[in-house]
Unconditional design. Structure first.
Length: 422
């Protein structure tokens, strides 16, 4: 049995069908960093995530559009070097496209202001995820750089802590089509449960900076949705499958409590008639083959099943450790309204309203951000230590914008995303 299938939220996926999404946070760095471009990678089983810093000096006017992070010397915010953090993603199966992107922008040589810098045999890029081991030789062969491998869990936690402390309006709740930003009190952030939904799911109890423990997880995650979705619907990409689910109706395939009890609810144990009794349950009682079901309905039911399961396990894990805050990250979510609503409803249902699911706008880049922060030279330690929560500048109005949330998200203060063709 699962939470009620209200099927109310009709939001859209963010950036569906795009291989590359690039977001920017504009900021300032100390030291002689205008001669380098910090680049870090998180190479997962499904996606490669990139984070890189580019100074505005000598960059094009178009590259200067973005938003601002301030760094303080204790007596106020001051500029040293204007620049931005950029975020991009590629499918891991298309790792060569990622490498071509890095080469085309000379990120391994210093980015737009340092194209001619030589790559020495000691040049390294910080990287995390299983692909940091799997593709190390490929990066050496194609770019002449080594991958300096960082622990995956360390990076996830460092990235999450960074965002929750640094980025204004980073965390939000989402239920019944309503989003609400959460104000984070730095003095009351810990402990919390970080649920990172990638190909699989890791659940990490975070007690402070560098203090964490992986306490649970499940193999039923984004890879499950994508893998089963490909087999059942013939979709060629995760985003295609996600967009397909938006047009579906899971009630065609899922068996509800009311259908077992003749339209009645099971009030004695708190189950409404619209509660899902069995995901894909109708398929066993109908004389139909896979071809008789619409692919969009199959995708919807599959997304509902996996999101409900993750939400329930996450809450039970939080309950086990007495945690009230649950933050969800990872590229499975994609800012997709139906996914977020399903997870939120599951947490609300099983906690009887005592716990809330919270989401992160830079959900998929936690590991890459953590790897980026692990650099220990060129003033980067000072950069992170001097970070303040920053006011958002006016939104960028040019180019093609995809926000992490559906609807009127651009009416709010936000960090914009731009889509580039590769």
């Amino acid at each position: 049995m699962g939470p009620s299938d209200g099927d109310k939220v009709e939001g859209s996926s963010s950036g569906a069908g795009e291989d590359l999404r690039e977001c920017e946070i504009e900021g300032k760095m100390e030291g002689s960093v205008d001669q380098i471009s910090h680049l870090a990678l998180d190479i997962g089983g499904s996606l490669v995530k990139l984070v890189y810093f580019k100074g505005n000096n000598n960059c094009s006017d178009d590259d200067k559009k973005g938003e601002r992070i301030g760094f303080s010397n204790g007596s106020g915010t001051y500029p040293i070097l204007d620049g931005r953090l950029h975020f991009a993603k590629f499918e891991t199966s298309k790792i060569n496209e990622c490498i071509d992107f890095i080469y085309s922008r000379q990120l391994h040589r210093g980015g737009c202001w340092h194209h001619e810098a030589p790559v020495s045999e000691n040049t390294i890029i910080k990287a995390t995820g299983g692909g940091a081991y799997k593709f190390a030789d490929l990066f050496k062969e194609k770019l002449g750089v080594g991958l300096d491998k960082e622990d995956e869990m360390d990076c996830l936690v460092a990235g999450a802590n960074f965002l929750l402390k640094a980025v204004h309006h980073e965390a939000f709740t989402y239920m019944d089509g309503q989003k609400e930003f959460v104000q984070i009190d730095h003095n009351d952030l810990y402990p919390y449960l970080l649920v990172n939904i990638g190909s699989g799911v890791s659940m990490i109890k975070v007690d402070g900076d560098g203090k964490f423990e992986r306490v649970s997880g499940t193999s039923v995650g984004g890879g499950t949705f994508w893998g089963l979705g490909r087999l059942l619907t013939k979709c060629k990409s995760f985003d295609e499958l996600l967009e397909l689910s938006h047009r579906g109706n899971n009630r065609v395939i899922d068996m509800l409590v009311g259908e077992i009890y003749g339209g009645m609810e099971y009030a004695k144990i708190g189950l409404s008639s619209t509660t899902i009794a069995s995901s894909f349950g109708k398929a066993i009682s109908e004389n139909k083959e896979l071809e008789d079901y619409r692919p969009e309905d199959v995708a919807r039911s599959l997304l509902r099943l996996i999101s409900n399961n993750i939400g329930q396990i996450s809450y039970l894990t939080a309950l086990r450790f007495g945690l009230k805050r649950i933050f969800f990250g990872g590229f499975f979510i994609r800012g997709h309204a139906y996914t977020m609503d399903t997870i939120s409803v599951a947490v609300h249902f099983w906690s009887k309203g005592e716990a809330k699911a919270m989401f992160l706008r830079h959900e998929g880049f936690l590991g890459a951000l953590g790897a980026f922060m692990s650099y220990e030279k060129h003033g980067l330690d000072d950069l992170m230590l001097r970070l303040e929560r920053f006011p958002i500048s006016e939104t960028y109005s040019g180019g093609k914008i995809h926000s992490p949330l559906p609807g009127d998200f651009n009416d709010h203060e936000s960090i914009e995303c731009r889509v580039y063709a590769t």
